[in-house]
Design a protein around this ligand. Structure first.
Ligand code: ADP
Length: 248
């Protein structure tokens, strides 16, 4: 577990949509190598927060830093992505007609900004990386199968693998276990906790059992600000959290 201080630093960030503050003086620090869960009721600002980090939404006020050197407010979406910030949306989007292996290959090609030709000879380095990622996501045995035959959970892991091809420093993951079986959820917990340490992982998730099983630190958002932060035990016994969220 190598930690060098914050990888992401947001200070007093505000985002208004037609005068409505979806994010309201949000302060958030994510440490290098940390696995953080973000919870909060619908409309709390979780999606908007992710959109700010990736540069999709511009704050009206505040500052957002990646490490100590990169002011994200001075960068556009592709520039931010190229720093090593990867985002996994809720629905899996893999190329169903291509094999698991080819999906990972394409993800690598995208990184190098070349037009990928699937018949192109792979460099040893890329092959090694694909093998490594296949192991990490537990799909080695299915490598030559079309992605279309994978289960919902396996597709989610493949998409995480596609992000891993580019060795991200920060992974943003939106509701990874929605629609998964119990077994798939357990495997996903192992996957995400295994990734932390090597990179930072921020997970937005509604399933409280899952959050409890993976997160050391939980941030509760409410009305665009941090309502509570701490372990799941700490935040779930916080009366303000119980009132707005868990008790609802
Ligand atoms: P969450 O992901 O926690 O459910 P969101 O970030 O999606 O919350 O939304 C926070 C608030 O901002 C909600 O009240 C939502 O209706 C509002 N909002 C989000 N995006 C927009 C937008 N593009 N225009 C207007 N209002 C928005």
């Amino acid at each position: 577990d190598v930690r060098h201080g914050p990888i992401l630093y947001m200070e007093d960030v505000t985002v208004s949509f037609d005068g409505f503050k979806a994010i309201n003086k949000l302060n958030l620090t994510i440490d290098d190598g940390e696995l953080r869960c973000i919870i909060g009721p619908n409309g709390a600002g979780k999606t908007t927060m992710m959109d700010i980090i990736t540069g999709k939404t511009r704050p009206n006020e505040g500052s957002v830093w990646f490490g100590s050197r990169h002011n994200l407010l001075h960068m556009n979406e592709p520039e931010i992505a190229s720093l090593g910030i990867g985002r996994k949306f809720q629905k899996p989007t893999v190329f169903e007609a291509l094999s698991v292996f080819e999906n990972l290959e394409l993800a690598m090609a995208a990184d190098k900004r070349i037009i990928p030709t699937l018949t192109a000879r792979l460099t040893g380095e890329v092959k090694d990386r694909i093998d490594e990622v296949l192991e990490t996501i537990g799909l080695t045995a299915l490598r030559y199968q079309p992605a279309g035959i994978l289960s919902h959970g396996q597709k989610q892991w493949l998409e995480i693998g596609m992000l891993l091809m580019q060795r991200p420093r920060l992974l943003l993951v939106d509701e990874p276990v929605a629609g998964m079986t119990e077994q798939e959820m357990e495997r996903t917990a192992e996957l995400l906790t295994g990734l932390a340490g090597k990179q930072s992982v921020v997970v937005v998730e509604h399933d409280m059992g899952f959050v409890r099983s993976i997160a050391r630190q939980v941030t509760v958002l409410h009305q665009g600000s941090v309502l509570a932060e701490g372990t799941m035990d700490q935040v779930s016994s916080d009366p303000s959290v119980v009132e707005v969220y868990l008790g609802a």
